[in-house]
Design a protein. Structure first.
Length: 249
């Protein structure tokens, strides 16, 4: 049964690799269509990028997932407009994907140059703001934290579940993580433990844990602060986040 599954998975991967260049061309067409003002072009572009990200995860193509994660953040941040520079940034993401497609069928290929260029593209296409990942399942608490962080002028990326947060942290760089300790599927202590053992760009990312749970946390996880949800939560979060972001500029 396992052999049959492996054979099927390889077949699906080979089919994806074969059609990857065409999917990249489709992304480029969507970007140009958006620039020309075609209705629905943005939604089509976002859907295609999201689909590619899913395929990257399915077939273990981490560089593809990283590019698509960042491309999605660029789109969801409102950075894509009709001006020429914005379109150029979007096409730069497509170009990185095309370069991956040239070697995606080679199991020995490395993508270190693309990873460096991706990081540089993040800084130029979404400049001047730190990026904070907020992980909070409660809508009301999430809104409260967003209000505090928005006043700091940061870009906020929101996740509600632990597994989705961990996947994003393994593929997209962040300057700070603010997270509830208990999440629906994977708690934040486990997420941080996985990060500290990883080789991702967020291996040493600062973490602020929001919890009134007094259970000790191992020192090696280097949680920067644990904030209780009490009357001082808002000023405490503002001060701690400001101090951490200033230290890591």
């Amino acid at each position: 049964m396992n052999a049959e599954f492996d054979t099927l998975l390889k077949q699906l991967r080979d089919e994806f690799v074969a059609e990857f260049p065409e999917r990249c061309d489709g992304l480029e067409e969507c970007v140009l269509a958006f620039e020309q003002g075609r209705e629905g072009a943005f939604d089509d572009l976002y859907r295609r990028v999201h689909s590619l990200k899913g395929a990257g995860s399915q077939f273990g193509l981490s560089i593809l997932t990283s590019i698509c994660h960042q491309f999605e953040s660029f789109l969801s941040s409102g950075s894509l407009t009709n001006d020429q520079l914005s379109t150029s940034y979007a096409l730069s993401y497509v170009d990185l994907l095309k370069r991956v497609s040239d070697n995606v069928g080679n199991e020995n290929a490395t993508f270190h140059d693309i990873e460096h260029e991706l990081d540089a593209l993040r800084k130029s296409s979404m400049p001047a703001r730190a990026t904070v990942l907020l992980v909070e399942p409660s809508p009301s608490r999430r809104k409260l934290c967003q209000g505090v962080l928005a006043q700091l002028g940061v870009r906020i990326v929101v996740q509600e579940r632990g597994m989705a947060a961990l996947e994003q942290l393994l593929h997209e760089p962040f300057d700070l993580v603010v997270a509830a300790r208990e999440l629906p599927d994977l708690n934040t202590v486990a997420i941080v433990a996985a990060l500290r053992e990883s080789n991702s760009r967020n291996k040493h990312v600062p973490v602020v844990l929001v919890s009134s749970n007094s259970t000790p946390i191992p020192d090696y996880l280097t949680i920067n602060a644990v904030l209780a949800r009490d009357a001082q939560f808002i000023p405490n979060l503002s001060k701690v986040a400001t101090d951490i972001l200033n230290q890591h500029k």
